[in-house]
Design a protein around this ligand. Structure first.
Ligand SMILES: Nc1ncnc2c1ncn2[C@@H]1O[C@H](COP(=O)(O)OP(=O)(O)OP(=O)(O)O)[C@@H](O)[C@H]1O
Ligand SMILES: [Mg+2]
Length: 251
């Protein structure tokens, strides 16, 4: 059984069919990339998966758990965590305090029976481990809003990791990054592969082809195809879609 599965998902905005009966699976250990031109419905799909938007039809499964009726925060509890195309880091707090808030939010009942001081030091060590995980140890005491863009995105990933997801949703993690920052983010995503499945939306095709186990191409809300990098690259319909859009450049 796939770790994650969506079946016949539909979302309409008025007369626009933004998500048109989409089926998609993500296996354990997989980095599954979702690609497609601007307006294809990628962000809408991620919003449906994370529970920010309610689907008009279809079902979403995490393992054998039907998460379709769950609210967004309940889906996080079920093992689904996301990063945002627009970062949600608390800009005026330090990196450490951002991580402490995230760790606290997901600490759950395991810490309830500890003495407050033991509890606090457990949270601190978790926050420090997360900073280390995304390469922000030396920036721990900086105000988050003063970090370079790439480091803020890395912090956003760390905030999502605090929920210890089974599936991580990444919506354009490389957006607005220079080559060095992108390379660091690619390495970070690669390093997460063994711990969780990832659904990655990204316009940077070099990064996508380097990372993805499989890709799904979305066009006008519909799945055009799902396949390996070679299968997608060699598909004439995909080339037709991208010949029209690559030249315009992407955000
Ligand atoms: N809240 C909304 N209300 C009405 N229409 C919407 C809404 N959100 C998205 N749309 C429309 O749905 C379609 C899909 O948009 P979406 O943002 O999901 O595309 P995308 O693939 O993420 O694009 P991009 O690559 O530019 O981020 C677009 O035509 C968009 O205008
Ligand atoms: Mg989008």
């Amino acid at each position: 059984m796939s770790l994650f599965r969506i079946e016949g998902l539909v979302k309409r905005f008025g007369g626009l069919l933004a998500t048109d009966h989409v089926n998609l699976t993500v296996d354990a250990g997989e980095i599954h990339a979702l690609i497609g031109p601007n307006g294809a419905g990628k962000t809408t799909l991620v919003n449906l998966i994370s529970g920010l938007l309610k689907a008009d039809a279809g079902r979403i499964w995490l393992g054998d758990h039907d998460i379709t009726p769950l609210k967004d925060h309940q889906r996080v509890g079920a093992g689904l965590s996301r990063c945002f195309q627009v970062t949600r880091v608390f800009a005026k707090e330090t990196v450490h305090d951002n991580l402490m808030l995230a760790v606290q939010a997901h600490a759950g009942s395991s810490l309830r029976f500890m003495a407050p001081r033991a509890n606090e030091s457990e949270l601190v060590s978790k926050a420090e481990a997360l900073a280390e995980r995304v390469g922000l140890t030396s920036e721990r005491h900086r105000i988050a809003g003063t970090l370079p863009h790439g480091a803020q995105r890395a912090l956003d990933v760390a905030l999502a990791l605090a929920a210890r997801p089974k599936l991580l949703l990444l919506d354009e993690p490389m957006a607005g990054m220079g080559p060095d920052e992108s390379a660091r983010m690619v390495a970070l995503i690669e390093s997460l592969r063994s711990e969780m499945a990832i659904l990655l939306i990204e316009h940077d095709m070099d990064a996508v082809f380097r990372l993805a186990t499989r890709l799904t191409v979305l066009v006008q809300g519909k799945v055009l195809m799902t396949g390996t990098a070679d299968e997608v690259r060699g598909h004439p319909d995909v080339q037709a879609v991208y010949l029209g859009t690559e030249a315009e450049g992407h955000s």
